[in-house]
Design a binder for this molecule. Structure first.
Ligand code: MG
Length: 312
C-alpha cells in the first residue's frame, strides 16, 4: 500500500505511530497523523494558518490524559478513521494525476476522514476551501500549480551551538540528560544543573535565533529554582513549534572525569527526545574526560557542548 507514498509521507506515518505509542493509544489516530504532518511538512500547515503549537493544543484537547506509553517496538495499527484518511489521500492524489502520495494528500485525507479532528481544525479557522487553496499553491515539479504535488517545500537548515559548565559539590544530585546518575557529587545550580540539557537548550535557541537559556529561564526567577531542566527543553520545543521549526538532529559531548556516562546514554537520549518530541535516533551523545587536566580533570566541574540542526 505504501510503495506510492513519498519519503516524507512515509515518515509522517512512522512519526504518527511513535506519537500514538507515546500517548499509550491502541490506534494511530488522525491527530497523530496531523502531528506527523506538522513535523515533516510544517510549511504546509503554516500556510493553512495552523502553527505547530496549535496542533499540540488540538492534540491535548483530543487526547486529554495520557495512558502508559507503549513500547515503540509494538506495531500500533491505524484507527478506522486513519485508514479512511489514507484511502482518501490516495484518491485525492489520483484525482489530480499524481503518481505519488505526499504530505498534502495526507493532510487532506485526515481533514476529510476524522470528524472530531476536523471540527477542532475548523474551530482553529481551517476550512475545506482554504485547505484546497493551500494545496493548489503546492506546484507539480515542472508543471502548472494544482492540488496535491508535494515535496517541493523550500527547507532551510540552520545550526546552533551550546555550551554549559557547572561546578560539582558533595551531596548534590547528579542529573545529566534528564537521568539521575549514582555519584557522590552533583552540580551547584539554580535549576537541577543538567549541563547536557542546558547545552542542548542553548544550541536549539541559537539555531532559532532566539537568544539563550538565561534570557528565557533566568536564574533570578524563583519559578525555575530546582526544576527539571527537561522543562526548559519542553518550553524550547514550544517556541520552535510556534515558528514551524523542526529539529533535524542534535549532537552533544559531555565532559567529566567520572562517573562513566556511556551506559546511561540510551536512557538520556530517550528522556531528551521525549521532552523535545523527536526520536532518540535524532540525538547523538558522546563522553569525554579531560585527562586529569583543569577543573573538569580534577573532578571539580562537569561541562557539555551541543550542536543542533533545525529545518523549517
Ligand atoms: Mg547551566
Amino acid at each position: 500500500m505504501f510503495e506510492r507514498f513519498t519519503e516524507k509521507a512515509r515518515r509522517i506515518i512512522f512519526f504518527a505511530r511513535y506519537e500514538a505509542s507515546q500517548d499509550g493509544s491502541p490506534y494511530i489516530l488522525g491527530i497523530h497523523l496531523l502531528m506527523g504532518v506538522a513535523r515533516e511538512a510544517p510549511q504546509l500547515l503554516h500556510r493553512a494558518g495552523i502553527p505547530g503549537a496549535q496542533v499540540r493544543q488540538i492534540h491535548d484537547t483530543i487526547v486529554p490524559g495520557k495512558l502508559p506509553r507503549i513500547s515503540v517496538s509494538v506495531e500500533v495499527p491505524l484507527s478506522s478513521e486513519s485508514k479512511k484518511a489514507l484511502e482518501l489521500a490516495i484518491t485525492a492524489a489520483e484525482q489530480c494525476g499524481s503518481r505519488t502520495i505526499g504530505p498534502e494528500h495526507l493532510l487532506y485525507g485526515v481533514f476529510r476522514a476524522d470528524k472530531k479532528l476536523r471540527s477542532e481544525l475548523e474551530r482553529a479557522g481551517l476550512t475545506e476551501e482554504k485547505l484546497k487553496a493551500v494545496l493548489k499553491e503546492v506546484p507539480e515539479e515542472g508543471g502548472e500549480p494544482q492540488m496535491g504535488f508535494g515535496e517541493q517545500e523550500a527547507v532551510t537548515c540552520r545550526s546552533g551551538i551550546g555550551y554549559d559548565l557547572h561546578r560539582l559539590a558533595e551531596g548534590r544530585k547528579l542529573i545529566v540528560g534528564g537521568v539521575e546518575l549514582p555519584f557522590e557529587k552533583g552540580p551547584v545550580s539554580h535549576s537541577d544543573g543538567d549541563v547536557l540539557a542546558h547545552a542542548i537548550c542553548d544550541a536549539l535557541l541559537g539555531a532559532a535565533s532566539l537568544g539563550d537559556i538565561g534570557t528565557h529561564f533566568p536564574d533570578t526567577d524563583p519559578k525555575w529554582k530546582g526544576v527539571s531542566s527537561l522543562l526548559f527543553l519542553e518550553q524550547v520545543r514550544k517556541l520552535l513549534e510556534e515558528r514551524s521549526l523542526r529539529i533535524a538532529h542534535i549532537d552533544a559531548i559531555v565532559i567529566t572525569e567520572r562517573p562513566r556516562l556511556g551506559p546511561h546514554f540510551l536512557a538520556m537520549r530517550e528522556a531528551l527526545a521525549r521532552s523535545l518530541g523527536i526520536q532518540p535516533e535524532q540525538i547523538n551523545l558522546k563522553a569525554k574526560t579531560n585527562e586529569g587536566a583543569d577543573a573538569i580533570g580534577r573532578g571539580e566541574a562537569i561541562a557539555a557542548q551541543a550542536i543542533a540542526t533545525l529545518e523549517g
